[in-house]
Design a protein around this ligand. Structure first.
Ligand code: SAM
Length: 236
């Protein structure tokens, strides 16, 4: 079973976040458990403060390192990157991190038994968390969110659906976008014609070899059109 521990100053954000579709089924089946923790619980001063002004000046506030170090220590038993067992990942969500990919999600799904997700806010998180506490500093894309909470949901969702048994059919993840260096092929359903827009004939004829060929060609075309970088990556 994989356990997610989410550290956040807005625990209510997650109240229903994992309660849908595949994640909900994975939770019900006991493949995964999610725990949300309020960072303020680990604040030590009488105001329960979790942020402070940046050294060196500048706008805004920064999340303090000490409550985060204590939180991770309570949740994992350790507070230094080198000390965790290899099944433990401590992820700092950050726009400065490595960009999250399907292969990183697959790596986590197959190797981790505990993933701690640290959600930043304001101007970010004291750098000592990235330097010594986190095993991974992960960005979900080249844009800036107001907080790490949406990013934590993205990471958890992508990992959970790759857990063995989480998807209905054993093979479905293998045909999805990114699994073979391509985007997924286009999908169609009924009606076969809508306001003059027809579903490609090949899909209606039932010739499975032709359908497979068509799908591969269309996946290639779509990847060339929308994500040529993926083709470049796979060709080296
Ligand atoms: N000052 C930071 C910067 O420019 O790099 C941005 C801080 S952002 C407003 C606040 C928090 O949102 C971050 O600490 C991080 O946890 C989260 N966040 C923002 N963008 C993100 C992204 N692309 N991926 C993951 N987390 C992100």
């Amino acid at each position: 079973m994989l356990r997610f521990d989410v550290i956040t100053i807005f625990p209510d954000f997650f109240r229903e976040a994992f309660d849908y579709g595949i994640t909900r089924r994975a939770l019900a089946a006991g493949l995964v458990v999610t725990k949300t923790h309020n960072l303020r619980h680990w604040a030590t001063d009488k105001h329960r403060s979790i942020d402070d002004r940046p050294f060196g000046g500048g706008d805004g506030m920064v999340l303090k390192p000490d409550p985060i170090f204590t939180a991770v220590n309570d949740l994992t038993g350790f507070s230094r990157r080198g000390d965790y067992p290899k099944e433990t990942r401590v992820v700092l969500l950050s726009p400065q991190g490595q960009v999250f990919t399907q292969s990183l999600a697959a790596d986590m799904a197959t190797t981790a038994s505990q993933i701690v997700l640290i959600c930043g806010r304001y101007e970010g998180v004291d750098e000592r968390v990235a330097e010594t506490l986190a095993t991974d500093e992960i960005s979900i894309g080249d844009y800036v969110l107001s907080g790490g909470e949406p990013a934590a949901v993205v990471v958890a969702d992508a990992v959970v659906r790759l857990l063995p048994g989480a998807l209905g059919s054993k093979t479905s993840a293998a045909y999805e976008s990114f699994s073979n260096g391509l985007l997924d092929y286009p999908q169609y359903t009924r009606p076969p014609e809508l306001e003059g827009l027809r579903v490609p004939d090949v899909l209606l004829k039932g010739n499975h070899a032709e359908i497979a060929r068509w799908r591969h060609e269309e996946a290639l075309k779509k990847t060339e059109r929308n994500r040529p970088d993926l083709l470049k990556d796979s060709r080296g």
